[in-house]
Design a protein around this ligand. Structure first.
Ligand code: GA4
Length: 334
């Protein structure tokens, strides 16, 4: 039975695609959380794109650089014991170390990653294994960074609630800031495209198109291009890298909580660069038992929910059974 051993094979199934060069998007909305107009800019960005960036955020650059260096160090060691342990890890736990395969349903990408639960109460076996194997210093930096990301997520969601005219300041932030939040963290390492691929103007699919199932995602990458978002009219645009800012994606859960006012942004990573790309993403998720439903304080009494009732656990289970590019929310639309 070869399929049972598939996850042990060190494969390199990088899909290549030749696409016409994508337009560079120069209109990424910029939000300075301390600016009085932050809430207005943010809400408009969430409606128009489901995407914006946070500038002047106050997360120490040294912490960001430290984490990036630890990540590079890890990924640049092909014989790391963690990687080998994970080649043999059960395929049904999507957490831990992975390369080339995304999720468990056959999606592939030219990426190596570490995927970890951030809530110690909700940690999967593979997440735990990783945390026990990586150097202590790496783990400390990781924990500190994750702490900063949780704070940032809450701050963003507070400003957002205010912008939406919701009186309860923490109506959104309490969902990801709660004790039982099911958030996760991902370090992605995209190798540079080879010169042959570059010469042929082929772009490697690093991470195929998808939306994030959670509430919001906070992404930081090094100074390497590759991230693209899909605009409402279906065109794909490249986001110029900005290592000093954080990019925020609206996820499916927030689309539901705003009853479709905000759109979860379809995005992907195409390696079009001659440089290695490193990204670190915090996915702010609700508690498993949380009902993902339009906020009462946002919709009027006679406005009907566009979605069936479901909990984050139900949505997450359905999402993890889907393929990366699937429209996961359509299963829950009324
Ligand atoms: C996309 C957002 C996060 O990276 C992630 C991904 C998860 C995985 O890599 O295992 C999923 C993907 C993501 C959505 C659909 C399913 C699950 C891969 C996949 C095919 C960690 C998440 O929560 O959902």
């Amino acid at each position: 039975n070869t399929s049972a051993l598939n996850h042990l094979l060190p494969i390199k199934p990088c899909k290549t695609t030749t696409t016409t060069p994508t337009t560079i998007f120069t209109a990424t909305p910029e939000v300075d959380l301390s600016h009085p107009e932050a809430k207005t800019v943010m809400v408009k960005a969430c409606r128009d794109y489901g995407f914006f960036k946070i500038i002047n955020h106050g997360v120490p650059f040294d912490l960001i650089a430290d984490l990036e260096n630890h990540a590079l160090n890890f990924f640049n060691h092909p014989h790391s014991s963690v990687k080998h342990m994970h080649m043999a890890a059960p395929p049904h736990d999507p957490f831990g170390y992975g390369s080339n395969r995304i999720g468990s349903n056959g999606d592939v990408g030219c990426v190596e990653y570490l995927l970890l639960n951030t809530n110690p109460h909700l940690i999967s076996p593979n997440s735990l294994l990783i945390l026990h194997q990586i150097p202590m210093l790496f783990r400390c930096v990781l924990e500190e960074y994750i702490g900063e990301m949780k704070k940032m997520c809450c701050e963003v969601l507070e400003v957002m609630a205010e912008g939406l005219g919701i009186v309860e300041k923490n109506a959104l932030s309490k969902v990801v800031g709660g004790e039982k939040n099911d958030s996760c963290f991902r370090l992605n390492h995209y190798p540079a495209a080879t010169t042959t691929e570059a010469a042929e103007e082929k772009m490697l699919v690093g991470f195929g198109e998808h939306t994030d199932p959670q509430i919001i995602s906070v992404l930081r990458s090094n100074n390497t291009s590759g991230l693209q978002i899909c605009l409402n009219d279906g065109t794909w645009v490249s986001i110029p890298p900005d290592p000093s800012s954080f990019f925020i994606n609206v996820g499916d859960s927030l689309q539901v909580m705003t009853n479709g006012r905000f759109k979860s942004v379809k995005h992907r990573v195409l390696a079009e660069s001659k440089k290695t790309r490193v990204s670190m993403i915090y996915f702010g998720g609700a508690a498993l038992s949380e009902k993902i439903t339009p906020l009462k304080s946002l919709v009027s009494k006679d406005e009907e929910s566009l979605y069936k009732e479901f909990t984050w656990l139900e949505y997450k289970n359905a999402a993890y059974k889907s393929r990366l590019a699937d429209n996961r929310l359509s299963l829950f639309e009324k």
